[in-house]
Design a protein. Structure first.
Length: 190
C-alpha cells in the first residue's frame, strides 16, 4: 500500500514539473515575440481607433489613427489632419495590444520626408508645431518650399493665405528633429 502512495506522489510531482516547464517555455516565447514588435506595427494594428497622442512638449492631439508609416503617423482630428513623427511622442493613450506588420517593402520605407515632399508638391497650407515650441502650442504657419534629407524650408504666410512672394514674411529652415507635428489648415488636406 505504501509503495502505491509513493509512486503516485512521484508521478504527481513529475507531472507538475513538466507542466511548469511547458508554462515557462510558453512565457519565454511570448516575451521574445513581444520584444520583436516595433512601434509602427503596433500603431498599424490600431488603425481606425481613437488615440490621444502626447508630445514631449506637453501638446496633446486626439483623433482617429488613419495611417502609420515608417517614422510618422497620421491622425484625423475633427477638423484637421495631423502628421506626427514617432520621435516627438512622449506616449500614446488608447492604443490596443494588436500589432500588424506592413507587408509592402515600399510602404515600409516611406517616411516623414516623403510625406513632407508630397505636401510641398501640393503647396498645402499647414502649421508646423515645434517639438519644444511655445506653451500655447501655436506653430509656424506657411507652405513648404523645399524638403532636404533632414530639414524642411517653410515659407511663413498667414493661415489661408496663398504662397506668393509678396505674402511671405520669411523662410525658416526646420530640422526634422525639431518637428513635433504638422497640422493641416483644412480638413483632409494632408
Amino acid at each position: 500500500m505504501r509503495w502505491d502512495a509513493l509512486f503516485g506522489d512521484m508521478e504527481a510531482q513529475f507531472s507538475e514539473g513538466a507542466k511548469l516547464a511547458v508554462e515557462a517555455e510558453i512565457s519565454e516565447r511570448a516575451r521574445v515575440e513581444a520584444a520583436s514588435v516595433v512601434l509602427a506595427d503596433r500603431l498599424r494594428g490600431g488603425l481606425g481607433s481613437r488615440l490621444a497622442v502626447h508630445l514631449f512638449g506637453g501638446r496633446i492631439f486626439e483623433g482617429v489613427l488613419s495611417h502609420a508609416g515608417a517614422d510618422a503617423l497620421l491622425l484625423d482630428e475633427v477638423r484637421h489632419q495631423v502628421l506626427i513623427p514617432y520621435g516627438a511622442v512622449a506616449h500614446y493613450a488608447g492604443l490596443g495590444r494588436i500589432s500588424l506588420e506592413e507587408p509592402s517593402q515600399v510602404r515600409r520605407r516611406i517616411g516623414l520626408a516623403h510625406a513632407l515632399r508630397g505636401l510641398a508638391r501640393d503647396r498645402a497650407g499647414l502649421a508646423v508645431i515645434l517639438r519644444h515650441g511655445p506653451a500655447d502650442g501655436s506653430g509656424l504657419t506657411g507652405v513648404i518650399d523645399r524638403v532636404g534629407a533632414d530639414f524642411v524650408d517653410l515659407a511663413l504666410v498667414g493661415p489661408g493665405e496663398a504662397r506668393r512672394a509678396s505674402e511671405v514674411r520669411r523662410v525658416v529652415t526646420i530640422p526634422f528633429a525639431s518637428v513635433g507635428a504638422v497640422r493641416s489648415w483644412h480638413a483632409g488636406e494632408l
